[in-house]
Design a protein around this ligand. Structure first.
Ligand code: R7I
Ligand code: MG
Ligand code: MG
Length: 316
């Protein structure tokens, strides 16, 4: 059945969300460790019976659910969706900030101001970039709207400008991947040129320039030293984009390479997997991996509903 829509927009939406979840679930088994050999990650992927995702996917699901139910962005609704999902499954490995913010909102703080109270001016962790893929899907045809909604969706938990900008950059990369047909090669220079023009903060501009210089680099330690593999948005979003651009023709290679860099592996593989899946489509994600993913059908249904919202907004 799947081949009927191979490479179509629907397949790309499915590829993006399933690509996020598989990158997250596989990467989670390596989180916090050092660099790894690709063979070891392949071996781990074969050995695992189930692919269990973490907060990255759990919050991506929340963003998708809220965008669908609200037929677009509604900050209060999204904040309440995050809280509801967190309370149902608090064991998903959330970063330290979001649960504290959820408590503040439950105690009456507004969704748009609670996050400012953390880390003196808001978090620049990668927690808002890791979950932003549905925003990239829904607003891929309007990058200014995409920026606005990425910022707003970030500001619920990550109001530091580097947190918001990281979310916008990741959403833009997903949008560019969606907008490139899967049978057309990605023009890496053009992809980076568009990201460079889109992103506003000078630190990210510098990082995007560094991605270009590092394409083809064999030394993983150098990649990590320059782009990072950390929990902060500026040290992980550009890295994820780099992982995609190194091997645009293979979802599997993209995710394995992302995990092999070590550090915040679930998040970097989730973000790289989102971009790769959005470009290549669901069929290119190994079927053995898809079969092991928990909640796969539910995540696919969300992707399909987001796709419907884009192609026939009034029928939702
Ligand atoms: O960003 P966040 O939701 O965490 C996401 C990570 C991903 O790797 C997930 O897979 C999960 O494991 O957690 O959580 P935050 O608490 O907002 O930010 C994460 C970390 O970034 C914080 O614990 C801080 O170490 C760091 N950080 C900051 N440090 C100093 N000053 C974020 N913002 C600041 C800051 O302003
Ligand atoms: Mg996680
Ligand atoms: Mg992580």
């Amino acid at each position: 059945m799947r081949d009927l829509y191979k490479g179509t927009l629907k397949s790309k939406f499915l590829g993006c969300l399933i690509g996020t979840a598989i990158g997250d679930a596989l990467g989670a088994r390596w989180e916090g460790k050092g660099m790894a050999r690709s063979e070891d990650i392949v071996y781990l992927a074969v050995k695992l019976k189930r692919l269990i995702y973490t907060d990255d996917t759990h919050m991506t699901i929340g963003v998708a659910e809220s965008l669908i139910e609200s037929q677009g962005f509604d900050g209060e609704h999204l904040a309440q969706t995050f809280i509801k999902n967190y309370e149902a499954e608090p064991w998903r490995g959330y970063g330290p900030g979001p649960p504290r913010i959820f408590r503040m909102i439950k105690n009456g703080e507004a969704w748009y101001s609670a996050a400012n109270k953390l880390y003196r001016g808001g978090s620049f962790g990668n927690g808002s970039a890791m979950r932003v893929a549905p925003v990239g899907l829904l607003f891929s045809r309007n990058l200014e709207k995409l920026r606005e909604i990425a910022y707003q969706s970030s500001s619920i938990t990550h109001s530091h400008k580097l947190g918001k900008e990281g979310a916008a950059l990741q959403a833009c990369a997903v949008a560019l991947a969606i907008n490139t047909p899967s049978d057309k090669d990605i023009d890496k220079e053009d992809f980076l040129y568009k990201l460079q023009n889109f992103v506003q903060d000078h630190l990210y501009k510098e990082k995007v320039a560094q991605i270009k210089e590092l394409i083809g680099e064999q030394d993983k330690a150098k990649v990590v030293a320059v782009l990072g593999n950390g929990i902060e948005a500026p040290r992980s979003v550009p890295t994820a984009i780099y992982c995609f651009l190194r091997q645009t023709q293979s979802y599997e290679d993209t995710v394995i390479y992302a995990i092999s860099l070590g550090g915040d592996t679930d998040t970097i593989a989730a973000m790289a997997g989102a971009i790769s899946g959005a470009y290549l489509g669901i069929e290119t994600i190994p079927s053995e991996w898809r079969a092991k993913l928990e909640n796969r059908e539910y995540i696919e249904a969300l992707a399909e509903n987001l796709w419907r919202l884009v192609v026939c907004p009034r029928q939702q």
